[in-house]
Write a protein that binds this ligand. Structure first.
Ligand code: COI
Length: 355
């Protein structure tokens, strides 16, 4: 158990106005959690301090070689005034899986969760209560040695910040348009694509800019070898409903093991729907659309929740889905997941944790 020292701010910020749309990732709460690491000493000095800039030497390793890992989860306010987290143990485990891959020391899972709980409790009044809002929790780890040689750092910071958020996409629950990337790849099996490391997102930026210029919200990545099989979307995993079957790319080593992805698979199985985790080619999707069997496409993610996809642009083809409307399954998943997260729908799997 961590002995977290708390220093409260003497200058609290005003809470966002009730009509503030809470654009994703733009507003931060009054406090942050920090803990240091040194080789030979382990993790030490866990503390909650007023939200503040970091003072780092320009030679700090993370700025040069990107030795960094992050996580994303959310806290929700229930109607009764309680606070719930959604499957935080999954994020704690995934953080350590990612850390191992990029040589960052692991944090005990119970310490990861304790730090989140204490920080969220202190800044509880920042959890927004309007429909479709929540408090986004961003834990992250950075390499802090002031050194320009390439090797794992000997010192690290583990930091958690909080941000009240609305929908990730400005479209909200309206279907988004997706660009299927042909020139660039996000990762390959054996690289860091299944870790939540900043480098994966850096690799996605150029294609995202290009897609935006063409009027598309996000990029759908194909596998880096055959350039045929669907992997994931910029900030989400992806699902297809074809002839009643729910199909999502298998966790092949280059795809992020999403917590929402896992929850959606479980809910679909609970509802008796056939779920297939397997390779799925973009050609199979285009053919399904031509045959009229492509029923729904949606993305899943902590930030995005369930995000219906209205169309996919692949080569010269526009694959339209469901006439650009939200599908019944996407809507049912969104309502059920957010219902569980807000304590309004029975939590059969014990996914929520009280703060
Ligand atoms: C999340 O869904 O929490 C993510 O990490 C996506 C993020 C890149 C916005």
């Amino acid at each position: 158990m961590l002995n977290i020292k708390t220093t409260k701010t003497t200058n609290p910020k005003p809470l966002p106005e009730a009509d503030n749309p809470l654009t994703f990732g733009t507003i931060f709460t009054d406090h942050m959690f920090m803990m240091n690491y040194e080789t030979g000493k382990g993790w030490f000095d866990p503390r909650i301090v007023p939200y503040q800039p970091l003072n780092l030497d320009p030679s700090t390793m993370v700025f040069h070689y990107a030795q960094e890992v992050f996580e994303g989860l959310k806290a929700y306010k229930t109607k009764e005034g309680g606070t719930l987290l959604f499957r935080p143990e999954r994020n704690a485990k995934r953080a350590n899986d990612s850390n191992r891959r990029v040589c960052i020391p692991e944090v005990p899972e119970k310490d990861f969760i304790q730090a989140i709980r204490e920080l969220v409790k202190l800044d509880e009044k920042w959890i927004p209560e309007k429909e479709d809002t929540s408090l986004y929790i961003r834990p992250f780890f950075i390499a802090t040695d002031p050194f320009l040689g390439v090797r794992p750092s000997h010192t690290y910071l583990f930091i958690i910040i909080l941000s009240p958020v609305g929908a990730y996409y400005p479209e909200g629950l309206n279907p988004i348009k997706i660009w299927v990337e042909e020139k660039y790849v996000r990762t390959v099996k054996g690289a860091i694509g299944d870790s939540k490391a900043g480098g994966n997102y850096e690799a996605s930026l150029l294609a995202q800019v290009k897609a935006k210029e063409e009027g598309y919200s996000q990029v759908l990545w194909l596998d880096g070898i055959d350039r045929k099989y669907v992997e994931e979307v910029g900030a989400m995993n992806i699902f297809f409903k074809i002839k009643g079957k729910i199909i999502t790319p298998e966790l092949s080593g280059s795809i992020l093991p999403g917590v929402t992805r896992d929850s959606v698979i479980t809910l679909c199985k609970d509802w008796g729907l056939p779920v297939e985790e397997r390779k799925i080619s973009i050609l199979e999707i285009a053919e399904a659309q031509e045959k009229g069997t492509l029923e729904e496409v949606f993305g899943t993610g902590t930030a995005a929740v369930i995000s219906p996809v209205g169309s996919l642009k692949w080569e010269k083809m526009i694959i339209e889905v469901q006439d650009g409307k939200i599908g019944d399954l996407s809507k049912r998943l969104y309502d059920t997941l957010t219902g569980i997260q807000l304590g309004r729908v029975k939590d059969e799997h014990g996914w929520t944790v009280k703060v």
